[in-house]
Design a protein around this ligand. Sequence first.
Ligand SMILES: Cc1cc2nc3c(=O)[nH]c(=O)nc-3n(C[C@H](O)[C@H](O)[C@H](O)COP(=O)(O)OP(=O)(O)OC[C@H]3O[C@@H](n4cnc5c(N)ncnc54)[C@H](O)[C@@H]3O)c2cc1C
Length: 420
Amino acid sequence: MRPTRVVIVGGGVAGLTAAYYLRRGGAEVTVLERRRVGGGASGANAGWIAPAQAGPLPEPGLAAYGARSLTDRESALYVAPTQLPRMASWLIRFALRCNARDHRRGTQALGQLGRRAFELVEQLADDGVELELHRLGFVVAGRQRAGVEAFLAGRAPLRELGLQVPDRVLEAAELHELEPALADAVTSGVLVEQHWHVHAPQLMAALARRLREQGVVLEEGAEALDLARGADGRVREVRSSAGAHPADAVVLAAGAWSPALARGLGVRLPVAAGKGYSFEVALPQQPRHALLLLEPHVGASPLRDRVRIAGTMEFSGVGDGIDRRRVETIARGARQMLRGFDAQPLEDVRGGMRPIAPDGLPIVDRAPGHENVFLATAYSMLGITIGAPAGEALARMILSGERPAELEPFRATRFGWRTR
Ligand SMILES: Cc1cc2nc3c(=O)[nH]c(=O)nc-3n(C[C@H](O)[C@H](O)[C@H](O)COP(=O)(O)OP(=O)(O)OC[C@H]3O[C@@H](n4cnc5c(N)ncnc54)[C@H](O)[C@@H]3O)c2cc1C
C-alpha cells in the first residue's frame, strides 16, 4: 500500500529533507520535533556541502590516534572516561573499520550518494528554499605537507567517481596568495573547487518555512514518546507529548536520539553521539574559501559578515551541554591558523551531536522487522552534504516500495541485525 500519511520524528536535516521529498511525492507529512527545528546537530555545523571530500569517520590510523588521545580533553577526538564501558562494543567495531579497504568502500558509497548534492540543492533554491549559499570552494590547509598529502590520498576513490579532487599540493607562497586569511604558520594546502557551504541555522529555518508553505505540518515542542502498533504489527500512530498522530508510515530521523526510540520497537541501532561545537567570530580578514585547518582539525566557513568555526568529536553521551573548555580548544586551534583571530568574542556558540554508526555510514532503510517504519539516521559528519540526496532516495523507497541502488550500502541490517 502506498503510504499517504507519513509521520517523521526529528526536525533536523534528515527529517526535513525526507519531509520535503515525501510531500513532493504526494504524501501528507507531519514532522514532530521535541524542541525546535534545527536545534540539534543540523543547526550547529559548518554547513559544508562537500561530496568531493566525503569519507567515513573511521580511517586508517584513527584507531591508533584515538587510543592515544582517548581521554585527553584537549584532543580533537575525545571519549569521556565514563562512556568507555557503555561504548566498548561500538568502539571495537569502529576500530575494526579503521583500515584502508573499509575506508575506500565507505568513501565510494558516500560519494555515490553525495554526487547529486549540488544538483538537488540548486533545485531546492529554485523551488523557493531561500538559502544563504556560498559557492566559494574549499581550502584544506596545514602546517605539514604530509597531512595535506594524506588528505588527498584518502580522496582518491572520489576522483574515480568523477568528483573533482585536486592532485596538486600548493606551497606556501601560492597558498597565501590564494587565501590571505591563513596565518604564516600554514605552509601547505589544496584547493577543492567542488565545494559549497550554507549557513546551517538559516538553511534549517528556510527549509521549515518552505515545508509549511507546502502544507507539511511541523510541530515543534512535540516529543515522540511511543510508536503504537495495530494487531497486524504495523505502526498505526505515533504518540507524542502533543497528542496522537495517525500514520501509514513513520520515519525515525531523530539524530543521536534515534537509538532510544528504535529500542521501543525492539530494534538496536549502534549509533553513538559524536558531539561537536561551533561559534561565529568577526575576523579582520574574511577567508575567501571554506577552510579545513588540518592540525587542529577545525573548519571555518565564511558567512556574510562572520566566520562560523566548528570542530571536535567528543563522545560524552547524549546530552545538550556545552563544554566551554572544548569550545576554547577549537578557538585556540583556529587562532594559530587564521590571521587576526585574537581575542574576539565567540558568538552564537552551539553544540550538536553527530549520529555515528561504527562504520561511519548512514542508515537509510526500512527498520528491520517493521513493514512501515523507516530509518534516516547516522549521517555522521555529512548530514548537510547528503541530506537532500538521502531524503530524496528514501522518499522514493517509501512511496514506491523499491530500494534505490544508491541506498544499498546503507542497509540497517549490515551490523548483523539483532531484534529483541
Ligand atoms: C560541529 C559540527 C560540524 C559539522 N559540520 C558539517 C558540515 O560542514 N557538513 C555536513 O554535511 N555535516 C556536518 N556536520 C554533521 C551534521 O550536522 C549532521 O550529520 C546532521 O546535522 C545530522 O542531522 P540529523 O537530522 O540526523 O540530526 P539532528 O540535527 O540532531 O536532528 C535530530 C532532531 O531530532 C529531534 N528529536 C530527538 N528525539 C526526538 C523525539 N523523541 N521526538 C521528536 N523529536 C526528537 C531533536 O531535537 C533534533 O532536532 C557537522 C556536525 C557538527 C556537530
